[in-house]
Write a protein that binds this ligand. Structure first.
Ligand SMILES: [Zn+2]
Length: 233
């Protein structure tokens, strides 16, 4: 049974075709995480609803998918590429109701494609890949989880090089932490250790003490994992 009172309807406007549509959001009281992983992946018990199922908006008219972090600016030439690759052959479908896991996964893949074609910030694309990896983690699909963690890692590294995280929910310290943590989860231990050290020694460390403390702990965990890995060889 789906408890409809757990949701509310959000009115939106497509940033590509400008048509209005609506999408569901989970009320915060119906989405209380009982635990959070070291990469901030939240876990919900049965009876709660995962708000990440509804993080991506999919325009039912044109198929353009986006999160609230997308800018409404389309670099020159990208609208035409999007028309050819997405909206021109979209068969009208509605993602505006309660979503199955399949619909949630598809919504993310549509948004990753749309965001890539519109040259959205790497920090925003990384956030989509990371959340998609989290959905696969909840489904116990380790192979796909790793695939999208790898894509998130690449995108965060590019975001760090380009410094394109300004105006998103990410800071430089958080981007560095995520590069460290995703490297650790993908068993790239020397790289993980190096990035956790960058967080600990960062010039903004005193303003982000919580992140620095988590980085210290993850640095310690990684050194131990690396040592155990070496012992087995
Ligand atoms: Zn649209």
């Amino acid at each position: 049974m789906i408890a409809l009172e757990a949701f509310y309807e959000k009115k939106l406007t497509c940033i590509y075709c400008a048509k209005p549509f609506s999408s569901l959001r989970v009320r915060s009281r119906s989405a209380i995480a009982y635990k959070t992983d070291s990469d901030f992946c939240p876990h919900y018990r049965t009876g709660n609803y995962n708000p990440h199922f509804y993080y991506v908006n999919v325009c039912p008219e044109c198929g353009f998918a986006f999160s609230e972090e997308f800018s409404d600016q389309f670099p020159k030439g990208t609208q035409e590429i999007i028309r050819v690759q997405i909206t021109g052959h979209w068969i009208k479908r509605d993602f505006g109701q309660v979503r199955s896991i399949q619909q949630a996964l598809e919504a993310y893949k549509l948004a990753i494609l749309a965001g890539t074609l519109k040259k959205e910030k790497k920090a925003v694309l990384a956030g989509l890949c990371l959340r998609l990896a989290w959905l696969y983690r909840a489904e116990n699909n380790a192979e796909q989880e790793k695939r999208f963690m790898g894509m998130a890692l690449n995108a965060y590294e590019e975001s760090f090089v380009l410094s394109d995280f300004g105006g998103t929910s990410m800071s430089e310290v958080k981007v560095l932490f995520m590069i460290g943590e995703l490297s650790r989860r993908l068993e790239q231990y020397p790289k993980a250790i190096s990035y956790f050290s960058k967080v600990i020694q960062h010039k903004d460390a005193k303003d982000e003490q919580k992140m620095v403390n988590i980085a210290r702990e993850q640095w310690r965990v990684t050194v131990e994992e690396k040592r155990q890995g070496t012992d087995q060889d």
